[in-house]
Design a protein. Structure first.
Ligand SMILES: Cc1cc2nc3c(=O)[nH]c(=O)nc-3n(C[C@H](O)[C@H](O)[C@H](O)COP(=O)(O)O)c2cc1C
Length: 231
């Protein structure tokens, strides 16, 4: 459970090579909007998927984060929902982000003594999910996730796969039993969906809610009795 005081600490955001890179781009922008300091680590597969899905080339060190911060879903009808960030905003956002190399265990987030408000793996591949629940520690993402579990801090996993194998289902169950929040990239359709951004924002809003980051990305059910009763 995240206590009030831990909300001052930075968040760890890991991006892995599951489909759904757009969720990570939107989440990162929203965290910067909310002035949440972010320690960011990305797997090589994440960069491949980002290239494939968002047509962004983050470079050999995967450090062209400005491209992710500038990204806007290319649907003209949704421009008012997802405003493109200005160059000024992007340079301000970069002040909130610390980038870590995927194989560097000498970083603060590899240690439980470094205080954080929690960690999100978004999207979370089946491979990383497996590494996390087996405490494999094969890279900085798996190590930082292990740290969050052992320290009983918030860990949010956003897997995306369909259909799911028995192994993936078992791994999600194990993660939940260990205290992680398993929040699959599985958007609802009951909130007057009009665009792809509505679906992206459904997932990002749920992640932000679990991190106690105030947001108005999607209309809440209580605010509109016309919306469905699902959670
Ligand atoms: C375009 C593309 C889409 C992928 N989509 C998924 C996916 O949705 N879910 C998943 O678990 N793996 C997916 N993969 C496979 C992972 O990238 C692969 O298992 C990789 O080893 C994950 O490594 P990582 O966990 O270190 O990022 C995808 C790969 C590519 C190239």
């Amino acid at each position: 459970m995240t206590s009030q005081s831990t909300l001052e600490h930075p968040l760890v955001l890991a991006i892995t090579g599951a489909s759904g890179a757009v969720y990570a781009a939107r989440l990162l922008q929203c965290l910067c909007d909310a002035q949440v300091p972010v320690h960011l680590v990305m797997s090589p597969s994440a960069a491949t998927v980002i290239q494939q899905e968002l047509q962004l080339e983050l470079g050999p060190k995967r450090d062209r984060i400005d491209l992710l911060l500038k990204y806007c879903w290319p649907d003209l009808k949704t421009q008012d929902q997802w405003r493109p960030r200005s160059a000024q905003q992007v340079s301000k956002y970069l002040e909130y982000i610390t980038i870590h190399d995927y194989q560097n265990y000498m970083t603060p987030i590899a240690s439980g003594s470094f205080l954080t408000r929690g960690m999100v793996i978004c999207p979370c591949s089946g491979a990383t999910l497996s590494g996390v629940v087996h405490a494999a520690g094969n890279n900085l993402i798996q190590r930082a996730a292990d740290v969050h579990l052992k320290e009983h801090r918030k860990l949010i996993l956003v897997p995306r796969e369909t259909p799911m194998s028995v192994f993936q289902l078992e791994n999600m169950q194990r993660a939940a039993q260990a205290g992680a929040v398993v929040l699959p990239a599985m958007p609802g359709w009951y909130h007057n969906v009009r665009s792809v951004v509505d679906l992206i924002d459904f997932i990002v809003a749920r992640i932000l809610d679990h991190l106690q980051v105030p947001n108005t990305l999607m209309e809440r059910w209580a605010e509109n009795p016309g919306l469905g009763a699902d959670e």
